[in-house]
Every structure is written in structure tokens, then in C-alpha cells.
Design a protein around this ligand. Structure first.
Ligand code: FAD
Length: 437
């Protein structure tokens, strides 16, 4: 196995599709291949000189944390202040994912000339791979909503254009928006290219997990079998307010909504494997991290954000935009609880089990104190991987998914359940005896 290219990440299921490797490759030797619902980088052996740059910036191969007392504290990252907030621009808030704070920050920071541009998305059409593109102050002022910038796309996004731009425009002051893997990849590229951290603002989205692109075919087949989907809003407030139902735009016929529950049901099956091993839900390396406000405080059907200000650059950006926001102070503990950080930490042990299958020295979450025995997660992880496999094959063999869903929804036979319980009890007992002897 190639050790010094992203091939390692692709072959082992650790690629998150962030595109940083493609943007930074000095030889242009990386292209995309869609396989199992994911766009993954392929290295052209004729062009590759094995310089190792792509592997060195790949966030799939591991995340590093500043050590703290507990696992929860470590993954929470630095915190200067926390708020619940929303945009005072009612129209913007309405078309946004949560409270419209990201859109407001970007528009204001560009309008004030604090940054030269921002890399964001501009489409709700998922028939092709999503890639961020550059917005300038003029774009953001005139076309933000019309250009389809707001809202969340729960799919892997390539940041290759952002990296290529950083490389070409070394003094440009830029804003990046992304999930934790993207932020980490972009920062690794910034370091590799010896760029100045001070000229960039990283707006980090909280992220539970993304889907893979097969989910779009599944939604299309299930909810719009007679017409291809031209666009999809993963959540839209028109139908019942925040958090919002999915809105489908078929090529023929009227747009229609499907309940949020349909999106949640698909989550277990359509996900890059890499998300199973990620614990950076709160985007610890960003300057400002934001998500939906699930704290139960300052909640509204119009939508609101929970916000963590992490760095002095984040503080300055916040100060610029605060007159355009309604803001309420909140504690970090409330955000941790609302985002179920303790539960998310189970991925830490999945990550350890996975790493052992690749290389004894690999640590996917360096610096995080371990508080549980990873072996106790083995069967849960196996079950989760089985579901993911069903979704990964959806484009080539959809029946695997339907069989898996049927199996998951079948009430367990009481006898089998009882035998399984006895077996697990015995296993735990034996493990304890072995440990004590
Ligand atoms: C994959 C994913 C998972 C998430 N999981 C959670 C979660 O578990 N808990 C939680 O509280 N919040 C989560 N969020 C964040 C939440 O959905 C909102 O994006 C966030 O609250 C910002 O809302 P807003 O109204 O301020 O954003 P808006 O004003 O609507 O702006 C959103 C901005 O994000 C950009 N964007 C959208 N999708 C992506 C993407 N995939 N990659 C890069 N940029 C993107 C858009 O271009 C736009 O600039 C997730 C977001 C994503 C993309």
C-alpha cells in the first residue's frame, strides 16, 4: 500500500472527500472518482512524484487535539465566549439553515472590507459533486440568497478551489466555511504552503455526520420516482418553521416537502465511513464555531444558532457583525449537552478499533484522554458498519439496502433476544475474570 499519498486514506475508508489534497497537489495528479456514493481522490501514477504533500494535509488520516483534563473538554476546544444568536434580517434568517448567523457574518465582513472573499456553496443540485466557490463583497451583497448560498448541505464538499486560490493569491484575506474535517484540511494546507494564519477566518459548522451522495438517488427513487430531482433543500423553514422539512424540486411537477423524520431515518445508512471515527462535532480548530440552537433557551420556530467564539480573530469578526444580530449569552456546558458530546465520544473508541486494523501506531484522535475500553464498542461498530455498507452499495445494488432496512425494522425474536442477553452477560463475566486473573 502506498504510504505517502492519499491512496492510504481512500483504501482504508478514511477519506472524507474534502478535496484539500486535490487543491494542493503540485503536479495536478489527483482526479475524482465516484464510488460507493463518494467522490474520492485518485492519484495518477504517471504524474505523481511521491512528494507526500497530499497525505500530509489529509484530515482523514487523523485529528490532533490540545490535551485537557477530560475527553469532553478536549474535544470542546478553546472557548472565549458562547452565545445563542440569530440574524435581525428576517428574510435572510428565513432562508438560512438555523438563525442565519453565518450568512450575516460573511455579508458584513465582506461589505466592511475586513476580508477579500469567502468560499461558500452556490447550489442545491446534487447531481454533481459540491465544491465551494469564491464570493466577493459584490456577490454577497447582491446575490447571496439568489445564488443559493445559505442553508446546510449534509454532503461531503470539496474545498479544492479554496486551496488552489490560497496557493495562487498568497496575500488574499479569506473566509472559509466548513465542517471540522474541511477546516482541519484547510489549516494543514495553509501550514504546508507557509501562509499566514492571521489572514484567514475559519467559520466552523458543528457537524454530526454527512450523508454520502447515494442518499440523493435513494430520496429520488423513494419520494420522486417519476421525475429526476433538480434540487433539494435538506431543511426548509417554509414548512412548519425551524428545523424544517426537506423540500424536493423534481424536474417535472411542483416542489413538495417530506418530513424531517425521513431524512433522519436515512442517516444510519448513507455516510462516509470516516464520520464514524470523528469526534470533532464542535469544530474545535475554527475561529468561530456554529450550529443549530438545541439548548432549549432562546429557541424559536424562526431558527437560531448556538455560537462558540474561540480565537481573537473570531472575537473581532463577531464585534463587526454584532449590530446585525440578536445575541444572548449562554454557557459552554449547555452547548455540550445540547449537542450530546458525551454520546459522540463513542466515535473515539470506534476510531481506536479502526486504527488497529490499519497500523498499530495510527491514532485518529491524538491527544484525547481515553475513559472507556474500546473493546466494548466492537459489536456496536460492526452493526453500524453493516448499515453503512448497505448504503454504499445503493448505486450498484439497491436491494442490499432494502434487505438491511427490513432487518433493522424487524422486531427481534424474544428467544433470540434472551439468548443474546445471556451470551453478552457471560462474555462480560469472562472478560472481567480474565482481567482480574
Ligand atoms: C454536514 C453538516 C452537519 C451539521 N450537523 C450539525 C449538528 O449535528 N448540530 C448542529 O447544531 N448543527 C449542525 N450543522 C450546522 C447547521 O446545519 C447550520 O449549518 C449552522 O447552524 C449554520 O446555520 P446558519 O443559519 O447560520 O447558516 P446559513 O446562514 O444558512 O449559511 C450556511 C453556510 O454554510 C455553507 N455550507 C452549507 N453546507 C456546507 C457544507 N457541507 N460545507 C461547507 N459549507 C457549507 C453555505 O454555503 C453557507 O455559507 C451541520 C451542518 C452541516 C453542513
Amino acid at each position: 500500500m502506498e504510504q505517502n499519498t492519499v491512496y492510504t486514506a481512500v483504501q482504508t475508508g478514511l477519506c472524507s472527500g474534502c478535496g484539500v489534497c486535490k487543491g494542493i497537489c503540485p503536479k495536478g495528479s489527483i482526479s475524482w472518482e465516484r464510488k460507493n456514493g463518494l467522490y474520492t481522490p485518485q492519484v495518477n501514477e504517471e504524474l505523481c512524484v511521491h512528494c507526500g504533500v497530499c497525505a500530509s494535509v489529509c484530515p482523514g488520516l487523523g485529528h490532533r487535539y490540545e490535551p485537557a483534563k477530560s475527553a469532553a473538554e478536549t474535544v470542546t476546544g478553546p472557548v472565549l465566549a458562547c452565545y445563542n444568536a440569530w440574524s435581525l434580517d428576517a428574510a435572510l434568517r428565513h432562508v438560512s439553515a438555523s438563525g442565519g448567523v453565518v450568512s450575516t457574518l460573511i455579508q458584513k465582513l465582506l461589505a466592511d472590507g475586513a476580508y477579500d472573499g469567502a468560499f461558500c456553496l452556490d447550489s442545491y443540485d446534487y447531481r454533481e459533486q459540491l465544491k465551494t466557490r469564491l464570493y466577493t463583497a459584490e456577490d454577497a451583497a447582491a446575490h447571496w440568497s439568489a445564488s443559493n448560498a445559505p442553508k446546510s448541505r449534509y454532503l461531503p464538499v470539496s474545498h479544492e478551489n479554496a486551496v488552489a486560490y490560497m496557493k495562487e493569491h498568497r496575500s488574499a484575506r479569506l473566509i472559509f466555511v466548513g465542517t471540522a474535517c474541511a477546516v482541519r484540511g484547510l489549516q494543514a494546507a495553509m501550514n504546508k504552503l507557509n501562509l499566514d494564519r492571521g489572514q484567514y477566518l475559519f467559520i466552523g459548522l458543528f457537524c454530526d455526520k454527512v450523508f454520502n451522495y447515494n442518499v440523493i438517488s435513494y430520496f429520488n427513487d423513494t419520494y420522486s420516482p417519476d421525475s429526476p430531482l433538480e434540487a433539494l433543500h435538506f431543511k426548509n423553514k417554509e414548512s412548519g418553521g425551524w428545523p424544517g422539512d426537506m423540500k424536493f424540486f423534481p424536474k417535472e411537477g411542483e416542489p413538495f416537502y417530506r418530513p424531517l423524520a425521513d431524512r433522519m431515518k436515512a442517516k444510519a445508512y448513507f455516510m462516509p465511513e470516516r464520520c464514524l471515527y470523528c469526534i470533532d462535532k464542535l469544530n474545535a480548530c475554527a475561529d468561530i464555531s456554529l450550529g443549530d440552537n438545541y439548548t432549549g433557551k432562546d429557541a424559536s420556530k424562526l431558527g437560531s444558532n448556538s455560537v462558540i467564539i474561540r480565537t481573537p480573530a473570531g472575537e473581532s469578526a463577531w464585534a463587526v457583525a454584532r449590530s446585525l444580530l440578536e445575541i444572548h449569552e449562554i454557557g459552554i456546558g449547555e452547548i455540550q449537552n445540547a449537542q450530546a458530546i458525551d454520546y459522540r465520544l463513542n466515535n473515539l473508541y470506534y476510531g481506536d478499533l479502526k486504527a488497529k486494523t490499519i497500523d498499530d501506531h495510527l491514532d485518529l484522535n491524538t491527544g484525547v484522554p481515553r475513559e472507556k475500553d474500546s473493546a466494548s464498542f466492537r459489536s456496536a461498530m460492526k452493526a453500524d458498519l453493516k448499515k453503512l455498507q448497505a448504503g454504499a452499495f445503493y448505486d450498484t445494488n439497491p436491494s442490499v439496502l432494502y434487505r438491511q432496512i427490513e432487518k433493522d425494522n424487524k422486531a427481534p425474536d424474544p428467544l433470540v433476544k434472551f439468548i443474546k442477553r445471556c451470551f453478552n452477560f457471560l462474555k462480560r463475566k469472562l472478560r472481567r475474570i480474565a482481567k482480574n486473573s
